[in-house]
Design a protein around this ligand. Structure first.
Ligand SMILES: Nc1ncnc2c1ncn2[C@@H]1O[C@H](COP(=O)(O)OP(=O)(O)O)[C@@H](O)[C@H]1O
Ligand SMILES: [Mg+2]
Length: 405
């Protein structure tokens, strides 16, 4: 893999810790041209729709209440054999590409020895804005990630965040290059190649224990997000969940005869907090500038898709809408169909998404409907999470209990 790269602008930050980042309150917003020209594959692209209702107001008054972790090392984009940047993915706001940290040269003077040869260069995933109105969205996401990454337990549930790279207005994260959406598509492909099997046709596509394990982990993650971190995600869907492989230690001196292979050998991590809301904030101002910055119809709770909510401008995600979106994500994981609803046109599918409380009924009409049988374990775990009235939807603590039953 080639690593010849185009240096990105140098960071001017000085005080930094060994990971190359520092905690600061934000100062002013830099509005630079996005550092990369979008290139590469588009097939993995997700399709959030930046909402016309979102505003791009991130007044410094509201931002200064918050702490921002800054990434202070220099970054070089990694490139392939054709000198093109290696892209991990892209979404409504951004392009995420592979980059390497380089020892900072800005502080080197004639009297200072060159950067220590022992300084390690690391690989990161860098999320850079794709459009002008993405700058405040990413800045606000960096503040949310700073807070999440300082909440105990984050390492189990959230993509590791290394800081906001001021000069490029980009977020620096650990690279976790497998999105749940890709995993679901790969499972569906493998399944098509294997051909139909009566033995497994009533099971989730990755097998019952893998699906249950995935569900337990994600539902626990959502409980942590709402109850420990106090954050509403706002755009939960398979494209915004990343899978970190679990390395199974094979220590031959401690062989456990009963050790079973892991049902689902990944830790699912929440990513993309560009639509997130702070549950503790009572400020309607803050809610209005971050809420519904992007939404993806099939995974969005029906109450947020009604014409009334969309036109009133009073449309904001809630813990209950996150619960719905996670349930829709888990239904897609079970059937292997990222479109969720059967139907020949987007309009037809949107109409069904607006009736999202009937998601299991609609799914059963689709090609993989047998995988969510009536009264089966998928239905029992999903039904209380898709209730029409958001107030009637299961709370994450009860949902965790149901998932572990
Ligand atoms: N830390 C990461 N490591 C590897 N790939 C990532 C990482 N973060 C995001 N991606 C990929 O990039 C895509 C877009 O990132 P996302 O944060 O969802 O941006 P947007 O807010 O524009 O939707 C994701 O769907 C995923 O495929
Ligand atoms: Mg996204």
């Amino acid at each position: 893999m080639a690593t010849k790269s185009t240096p990105m602008p140098l960071s001017l930050q000085t005080g930094h810790d060994t990971k190359g980042n520092s905690l600061q309150t934000p100062t002013s917003e830099s509005h630079l041209t996005p550092p990369v020209t979008p290139i590469g594959k588009s097939s993995g692209a997700e399709h959030s729709i930046p909402s016309p209702l979102s505003t791009t107001d991130t007044s410094s008054a509201s931002l200064n209440r918050n702490i921002l972790l800054r990434f202070t090392e220099d970054l070089e984009a990694c490139t392939d054999g054709s000198n093109r940047r290696i892209e991990y993915g892209r979404g409504a706001w951004s392009i995420v590409y592979k980059a390497r940290s380089t020892p900072s040269t800005i502080l080197t003077t004639i009297n200072t020895p060159p950067s220590s040869p022992t300084a390690k260069s690391r690989v990161y995933a860098v999320k850079a804005p794709l459009r002008k109105d993405a700058y405040p969205v990413l800045h606000s996401e960096a503040i949310t990630l700073t807070r999440l990454n300082s909440t105990p337990g984050f390492e189990n549930y959230v993509v590791p965040f290394h800081g906001y790279h001021t000069d490029t207005s980009a977020l620096v994260m650990s690279a976790v290059p497998l999105a749940l959406s890709t995993f679901i598509e790969d499972q569906a492909d493998m399944n098509r190649k294997r051909g139909p099997s009566t033995a497994t046709m009533f099971d989730p596509i990755q097998g019952p224990s893998a699906w249950r394990d995935l569900s337990r982990k994600l539902i626990s993650g959502l409980q942590w997000l709402h109850k420990s971190a106090g954050i509403i995600h706002g755009d939960i869907k398979p494209h915004n969940l990343l899978l970190r492989p679990i390395v199974q230690v094979t220590d031959t001196t401690h062989l456990d005869a009963n050790a079973e292979p892991l049902a689902f050998p990944y830790e699912p991590l929440f990513a993309d907090f560009s639509s997130a809301l702070d549950l503790q904030s009572n400020s309607s101002d803050e809610k209005s500038h971050t809420s519904m910055s992007a939404f993806t119809p099939p995974f969005t709770a029906p109450e947020l898709l009604s014409l009334a909510s969309l036109t009133s401008g009073d449309v904001a995600p809630t813990p209950a809408s996150d619960v719905f979106s996670l349930a829709a994500t888990l239904v897609a994981a079970a059937t292997g169909d990222l479109l969720l609803y059967p139907g020949s046109s987007n309009m037809q599918r949107l109409a069904m998404a607006r009736e999202g409380h009937r998601i299991l009924e609609f799914t059963r009409c689709g090609a993989n409907g047998a995988r969510v049988p009536r009264n089966g374990f998928v239905e029992r775990l999903m039904q209380p999470a898709v209730a029409k009235d958001p107030a009637q939807r299961i709370d994450t603590s009860e949902w965790v209990e149901l998932a572990s039953a």
